[in-house]
Design a protein around this ligand. Sequence first.
Ligand code: GLN
Length: 201
Amino acid sequence: PPKIGVLALQGAFREHRRLLESLGTTVQEVRLPADLTGLDGLILPGGESTTMARLLTEYALWEPIRAFQASGGALWGTCAGAILLAREVRGAPPQFGGRQESLGLLDAAVVRNAFGRQINSFAAPLSVQGLDGSFPTVFIRAPAFGEIGNDVEVLAQWQEQAVMLRQGNILATAFHPELTQDARIHQLFLDMTSDSKAVVM
Ligand code: GLN
């Protein structure tokens, strides 16, 4: 079975851990570059993306995560984690000059807090490509994706905005599957880790 890391600097990493363990997966909390050794996939959780970006710099994790993906490791970002994956981040606060560092591995721009500040959170059943029936999505000050590259598949939309993307061994969800009891997207990610290893061999 695949071994999955969860970036554990800030945010909802324990919830991912719980769902992964319910699927019988070995989970490694990742705080240091050395924690990436031997992993098949890494989840970047939800939380607050400017804080997480600052901690990625402090813990010198930007380049090790890029190298991990380049060597065949699968990545999945949920919400703030998806913001970290994107080529470009829109809507960063003015005190950051409106700019925000990101991994730049997912060929899409991401708009922070795309569904407004007044309604910070909502839940909606959504149809997700590849899953039967609907998936119980939870959005918490969620981003949306735009300027999506040709190699990127849109797996789910909410009100005509793309909220779930896949590009090769990279998965991004604007919503939080780890806050539900539905482990199907975690299972999809586990399946992606075996796909990406097959590509490397
Ligand atoms: N709004 C947060 C951000 O831009 C993300 C929220 C979340 O991860 N639930 O970083």
